[in-house]
Design a protein. Structure first.
Lengths: 233, 228
């Protein structure tokens, strides 16, 4: 009898990989796995109870979004907190959110605005209790609604890929976005969204994220001479 | 004696990177055509390396969206899909707009010379495929701003997504997209040289929105009759 060639095997493997991915992702963002911590295959297989293959696949995906660093034959570790990389990601995210807001706000539906209302409430609550991880998640949820409404799968996937850096950012910055009234600033953006004023929403998003560029130019950007000596990535 | 491990790493990486670059160039330049089936054995023979670096390079290309791997079925060059292409060009364009806005105040005299040279080279934009294939668009324009801004995260996003845009511009039957965008690209360069970031940014947005993105129309899917 010929062996049945089915689609089920790859599909199940895919799911397992995603389960592992999600566990590791959460573990890194909530600090269970610490920045710089070495990730040994044997320990991960024991911890998660799965074989090496889905773990390697998940690690490669995490390396792709900058949460894990892999140096073949040397180490695999949780990416150390890299303030420059985080700042760069925030700036980039700001550009994408600004564009998403400009293009999707004019036709935003009420379900989306409802979810943003909810996210804003979470932002207020988290800001009041100074719960930084919750603040990061709520903020991310709020802005990603613009991308989700944009009907642009590439825009959404790039923005989601940058999300973990945004979530890490909130935890290490003393005063996120250089404002003492983050909920108020987000509320203004939501008001513009409700008025379907894409230009205004885009401008407000840009203003909110402007501090990341200021900081980048002051603290992280190299001198022109250093830039000229090194190749583009 | 302990096994030295630090140095053993790089040769393999280099091979994989080399395979990756050769495949990437072949796909972008159209030597491997959209939809073309890829066989590991043929690639191994062509590039002269073993299976592992070939698979790794293919996985990397798959992550970029240029190759599709269906386990146990087939691996092929991703066909050009108008919906994805539009989403891609819009997104890359929005990043480029921001990069130009914020890098313009940082441009050096050498950067401005490079932009002037690009402006000369563009002409009326009718040599689109050559301009893109010879990396004139990449090195003479996009990278001038990217590099000066020095944001590596955005630079990585461009190295990941710009090749797919370039592939479409090279594969397009006509140069109309670039020709339509050329005046805006030139306006952007004039504004950038004058140090006006906001004006340069809006002209770049038009270079993308009124120019490059119209390449999508050249790949519009043939209409499928209903009920089939």
């Amino acid at each position: 009898m010929p062996l049945p060639v089915k689609d089920s095997a790859p599909v199940e493997r895919q799911l397992l990989r995603d389960v592992v991915y999600n566990r590791l992702y959460e573990g890194i963002l909530d600090g269970t796995l610490e920045p710089g911590e070495t990730l040994l295959d044997e320990k991960l297989t024991a911890w998660l109870g799965v074989s090496r293959t889905p773990i390697r696949e998940a690690l490669m995906k995490l390396a792709d979004i900058g949460l894990v660093e892999m140096a073949p034959n040397r180490y695999t570790r949780v990416a150390p907190i890299d303030l420059r990389a985080i700042d760069e990601a925030i700036y980039t995210t700001g550009l994408l959110h600004e564009y998403a807001a400009r293009t999707s706000v004019p036709t935003l539906d009420s379900a989306t605005l409802g979810r943003q209302d909810k996210a804003l409430k979470e932002i207020r609550k988290a800001a009041k209790t100074n719960s930084l991880p919750a603040l990061g998640r709520a903020l991310n949820d709020f802005f990603l609604e613009f991308e989700r409404s944009s009907d642009n799968a590439v825009l959404l996937s790039i923005s989601e890929g940058l999300s973990p850096q945004v979530l890490r950012y909130i935890a290490v910055w003393k005063q996120p976005f250089d404002t003492d009234d983050l909920p108020g600033r987000v509320a203004e953006i939501l008001e513009a969204a409700k008025a379907h004023d894409g230009a205004k929403a885009g401008d407000l998003v840009r203003d909110l994220y402007a501090s990341s560029l200021t900081q980048f130019l002051a603290d992280y950007r190299r001198s022109d001479a250093e830039i000229d000596e090194s190749p583009v990535v | 004696m302990p096994v030295p491990i630090a140095e053993a790493v790089s040769p393999r990486r280099l091979i994989r990177d080399e395979v990756f670059i050769r495949l990437l160039d072949a796909i972008v330049d159209g030597d491997l055509t959209p939809g073309e089936q890829l066989y590991d054995a043929e690639i191994e023979k062509w590039v002269g390396v073993s299976r592992t670096p070939v698979r790794e390079a293919l996985n990397q290309l798959a992550a970029m969206g240029l190759v599709e791997i269906m386990p146990q079925k087939r691996t092929r060059v991703t066909p050009i899909d108008p919906v994805r292409l539009r989403a891609l060009i819009d997104t890359v364009g929005s990043l480029m707009t921001g990069v130009v806005r914020d890098a313009t105040p940082l441009l050096t005299d050498a950067d401005k010379d490079a932009l002037r040279a690009f402006k000369e080279r563009v002409g009326d934009g009718t040599e689109m495929a050559d301009l893109v294939r010879e990396r004139v668009l990449t090195d003479g324009f996009v990278n001038v701003f990217l590099r000066r801004l020095d944001n590596r995260t955005i630079a990585k996003l461009f190295s990941r997504h710009l090749p797919e845009v370039r592939r479409a511009l090279i594969a397009a039957p006509s140069s109309q997209a670039f020709a339509a965008g050329a005046p805006h690209a030139k306006a952007a360069i004039d504004a950038a040289i004058a140090g006006n970031g906001a004006k340069a940014a809006s002209a770049v947005a038009e270079f993308w929105n009124k120019g490059l993105v119209t390449v999508v129309d050249e790949f519009a899917a043939p209409t499928v009759k209903e009920g089939r």
